[in-house]
Design a protein around this ligand. Structure first.
Ligand SMILES: C[S@@+](CC[C@H](N)C(=O)[O-])C[C@H]1O[C@@H](n2cnc3c(N)ncnc32)[C@H](O)[C@@H]1O
Length: 210
């Protein structure tokens, strides 16, 4: 029997330092350790993300922290070219297998912010990933993502607001985003309350470059 969402949160405490090694171990233990493919909460989260992203099509999109490709699979029909990155090689291999039929998707093992991809993107998606970065790395990441946003591009970011021992809280991520991306237009500001583990809910924001 698969563990409850609460058990998943308890296991996530092992990831609190956000190291590559901890994520590799996490993925080696289980194929889908975050239960993206089986938890209805995750499906609802993906629906919210897609509604905010819209139909596209986006010419060049970037998904940071793609895990095993569960959201990637939903995002790909809206993108002409989609680059996905994750810190874990194990996760990247699973995502590559899953998206093998889509030649317009590239999946690379990269650790942000140190290995941020070059280029400009019309869409950047960060879902439940930025709270693994300590504040100084998070600030560097936010600046790096802003620098890669193409004119008329959009950054869509979502983070769960519960406590799981991560470097910073979901609220801190979204508050820092507002500071770092103050020159962008804050077009969506959603606080979904009472859902997910511990009923903690999430914040979902979209920032557009005009
Ligand atoms: C909780 S999962 C979120 C997956 C997906 N974005 C979603 O919301 O369904 C976080 C993912 O971010 C990856 N990750 C964590 N720190 C990272 C970093 N510094 N650079 C790139 N990926 C990272 C982890 O390996 C993991 O697959």
């Amino acid at each position: 029997m698969s563990p409850s969402p609460r058990r998943v949160v308890d296991r996530m405490r092992r990831l609190r330092y956000g190291s590559r090694r901890s994520f590799e171990r996490f993925y080696q233990r289980e194929h889908d350790p975050f239960h993206f493919d089986s938890n209805p909460y995750e499906a609802g989260k993906f629906d919210d993300l897609l509604a905010v992203i819209g139909a596209g099509p986006y010419r060049h999109a970037l998904e940071v922290g793609c895990s095993i490709g569960s959201f990637t699979e939903r995002l790909v029909p809206r993108c002409e070219h989609l680059l996905c990155t994750d810190i874990s090689e194990v996760a990247v291999e699973r995502a590559r297998e899953r998206l093998a039929a889509h030649p317009n998707v590239r999946i690379e093992r990269r650790t942000i912010p140190g290995e941020m991809p070059d280029g400009e993107f019309d869409l950047i998606v960060c879902s439940d990933v930025l709270y693994y970065l300590p504040t100084w790395r998070l600030k560097r990441t936010l600046a790096g993502l802003r620098g890669r946003l193409a004119p008329r591009g959009a950054i869509v970011s979502l983070h769960w607001l519960g406590e799981h021992g991560a470097a910073v809280s979901g609220d801190e991520v979204h508050d820092l985003q507002e500071q770092a991306w103050g020159d962008l237009e804050h077009v969506v500001r959603l606080h979904r309350e009472g859902v997910g583990p511990h009923g903690a809910g999430y914040r979902l924001d979209r920032f557009d470059r005009r």
